[in-house]
Design a protein around this ligand. Structure first.
Ligand code: AMP
Ligand code: MN
Ligand code: MN
Length: 317
């Protein structure tokens, strides 16, 4: 399967639906909005389905056109972006009914659930894959598309600091800067600005943070009650897990967030200077992700989930 096959499918389709993973981050939002603009330039009728759109990304072009549901039942083509697993895809009902499906992603644990699957696990962001793809398709990456793309690159690389960053990442970002994308403004908005509710959640999580196994594991959590108390908005839990990983000596940082009663969304990060593959650990629990940033959903109380996770982490630290 090549980029040409993807282009053929896009050209043949009249109606296209674009979607990404649940609890969308900057790469998921940047990817769907960049794809939306690119497809519109190609003259396509496009719907973008996102639920729980974080307010942080309201400034991006096309953010206002995003829908939570659609009247169209059967699209000619459905495109899934930045989502490794059909289980986590928001808008799955449209994906499953579409005449053709394409998956574009950068998770090594991608389940290849599309008719066409374009997965590059060494790409630091799904948005960076799209940049290369649009160039190949001869679509002009203007400042609007560029703003969406750089949002995904900045958020998925922690502001260009992860080892996943390549020379191309900088070259491409430099090109966007020349085209008038305000990199500094986007950086401030997506990484340097906290809503008060996000700060309050972080404060609670930090107060509870425990260092376990000779300070090699950082563990913390938030529950539904916390989110209610601080009037949390979509995306407010983002970034909490990063705080544990920066503590000297921590090999794995774990943050769990109550999804429903007795069901927790797990986030794991590899500590600085450690080379533990957290994707492998999350895979044991039916999740996945990247070697240094991964997730899963695990059943139980906080204590039970913690115990299950620590048991597996202990085996590799
Ligand atoms: P998170 O901790 O939710 O920020 O996720 C870290 C990385 O792992 C992201 O790239 C996610 O897309 C991915 N990820 C999170 N949860 C899962 C899961 N259940 N299955 C597969 N990948 C996941
Ligand atoms: Mn993502
Ligand atoms: Mn991503």
């Amino acid at each position: 399967m090549t980029l040409d096959d993807i282009l053929v499918e896009i050209k043949q389709a009249e109606t296209i639906v674009v979607m990404a993973h649940e609890s969308p981050d900057g790469d998921a939002i940047g990817s769907v909005l960049a794809m939306n603009l690119a497809l519109k330039k190609m003259g396509k009728k496009v719907d973008v389905i996102v639920k729980e759109f974080p307010r942080t990304f309201d400034f991006l072009p096309g953010a206002k056109d995003v829908k939570t549901t659609s009247d169209v039942e059967t699209y000619d083509l459905a495109i899934s972006l930045d989502c490794a697993d059909l289980k986590r895809l928001v808008g799955r009902e449209y994906f499953e009914k579409a005449k053709k499906t394409i998956v574009i992603d950068h998770h090594s644990t991608n389940m290849m659930y599309g008719d066409l699957n374009f997965v590059n696990p060494v790409s630091p962001a799904c948005c960076e894959i799209l940049a290369g793809m649009f160039e190949y398709f001869d679509i002009d990456i203007d400042a609007e598309i560029g703003s969406c793309i750089v949002t995904g690159i900045i958020t998925d690389t922690g502001g260009f600091k992860y080892a996943s960053v390549t020379a191309e990442t900088f070259e491409f970002t430099a090109e966007l800067l020349r085209k008038g994308v305000n990199i500094s403004d986007i950086y401030q908005r997506v990484l340097e600005t906290r809503r008060k509710s996000n700060f309050e959640l972080l404060r609670r999580a930090m107060n509870r943070l425990e260092l376990l196994e000779n300070d090699k594991i950082a563990f913390t959590y938030i529950n539904k009650q916390d989110e209610e108390d601080v009037q949390a908005e979509p995306g407010d839990h983002e970034g909490i897990v990063e705080n544990g990983r920066s503590i000297e000596g921590v090999k794995v940082s774990v943050f769990i967030r109550e999804k429903e009663e007795n069901l927790y969304k797990v986030s794991m990060r590899t500590g600085n200077g450690s080379n533990i593959n957290v994707s492998d650990i999350c895979y044991i629990f039916g999740g996945g992700g990247h070697p240094r940033a991964a997730g899963a959903t695990v059943a139980g109380t906080v204590e039970q989930v913690k115990e299950k996770l620590i048991k597996e982490i202990k085996k590799v630290i």
